[in-house]
Design a binder for this molecule. Structure first.
Ligand SMILES: *[C@@H]1O[C@H](CO)[C@@H](O)[C@H](O)[C@H]1NC(C)=O
Ligand SMILES: *[C@@H]1O[C@H](CO)[C@@H](O)[C@H](O)[C@H]1NC(C)=O
Ligand SMILES: *[C@@H]1O[C@H](CO)[C@@H](O)[C@H](O)[C@H]1NC(C)=O
Length: 312
């Protein structure tokens, strides 16, 4: 009797042990799933705010129009860069892949080396060219002529159909930009707000520095031709127009006036009221002007209600 009872207890013990082991394995498994799930959420949270722009992996189809939005700025303009990342990171355009890059010359200060390296780790949206910061000594030339080598890649040719040189006080509305570009040529194109302000003829004379766009073949021409090299000093955007005229380039031109304009105040011949058909607003020199503009275009209308915040 004693022996049988012992054996019974032993069996029970083995069965209970198996059940316990089974439970432990199940628990471990569930935890692993939870952990994976959690780390996925974390990954999304880290990459989502700007994932529609910059170089984070974006699903883009071969047919997408590819645009480089290069904003020429200065290394020390940290706040402006963060602000523009917000502005462009919350816009998305179906059928287009638009990469935002901030462009400047060699760093000159110790703190820049650290902070800008961190920005690159986080956003990967910075281009540092081999030059010394300058206003009228060829930064624009360096920008366009550096791109073909910098962006050479074997998967896509051209790396971008269009390249923009943009100003850091210009607000581009990317969906509208793409809408206006779709019917235009991808070759030999020069697109922008023609200067002087009253001119409506894209051949008279050149596109304003608020932001202009050229097709990739023109970018390569700028690198290869002797014409730009021989005419670097002076007002850069005016020079740009002169190169194209001298080289008989940009047979396709598009005057985006009044899709593009200067902010209404102070009134000049280059200003226009804010209106729905806007590709770009320029001279956003103050926070107040930015806010008025962004409010006008309802940029926060898709904000989802949440228990986590309340914005009146
Ligand atoms: C990114 O783009 C997708 C689809 O194109 C859109 O659903 C999503 O809201 C966009 N995210 C942001 C932060 O703009
Ligand atoms: C810019 O920096 C690079 C690397 O530090 C250096 O080789 C180059 O000479 C610099 N260029 C100018 C124009 O200062
Ligand atoms: C912004 O939203 C308001 C209210 O819905 C609407 O009347 C207005 O047309 C919108 N503005 C633009 C530029 O879409």
């Amino acid at each position: 009797m004693k022996n049988v009872a012992k054996l019974g207890n032993g069996k029970m013990f083995i069965i209970v042990s198996f059940i316990l082991i089974g439970l432990l394995i199940t628990l471990a498994y569930i935890n692993e799933i939870r952990f994976d799930h959690f780390s996925n959420i974390r990954k999304c949270a880290i990459s989502s705010p700007f994932s529609n722009i910059s170089s984070l992996p974006i699903k883009s189809s071969e047919n997408d129009i590819r645009i480089l939005l290069g904003i020429l700025t200065l290394p020390d303009n940290y706040n402006r860069r963060h602000f523009l990342r917000l502005i462009y990171g919350t816009q998305s355009v179906a059928g287009a892949k638009i990469d935002l890059k901030f462009v400047f010359c060699n760093l000159t200060k110790e703190d820049q080396k650290l902070i800008i390296a961190l920005e690159i780790l986080r956003y990967d949206d910075i281009i540092i060219m081999n030059c010394k910061e300058n206003m009228d000594k060829g930064k624009t030339y360096t920008y366009f002529s550096s791109l073909p080598d910098m962006l050479k890649d074997d998967t896509h040719y051209p790396p971008y159909h269009y390249v923009i040189k943009g100003d850091d006080d210009t607000y581009f509305r990317l969906p509208k930009l793409v809408e206006t570009l779709m019917p235009l040529s991808r070759q030999d194109l020069y697109y922008g707000y023609v200067v002087p302000c009253p001119s409506m003829d894209p051949f008279v004379h050149y596109m304003s520095g608020m932001g202009y766009l050229v097709s990739w073949d023109i970018v390569e021409w700028i690198r290869d031709s002797d014409i730009p090299k021989s005419h670097l000093e002076g007002p850069e955007d005016k020079n740009f127009g002169a190169w194209l005229r001298e080289g008989r380039k940009a047979k396709n031109r598009y005057n985006a006036k009044w899709y593009m304009y200067d902010y209404p105040e102070p009134h000049t011949r280059c200003t226009h009221e804010l209106w729905p058909d806007t590709v770009a607003v320029h001279r956003l020199k103050t926070q107040e002007k930015w806010v008025t503009t962004l409010e006008y275009f309802n940029v926060t209308q898709n904000l989802k209600p949440s228990k986590l915040y309340h914005i009146p």
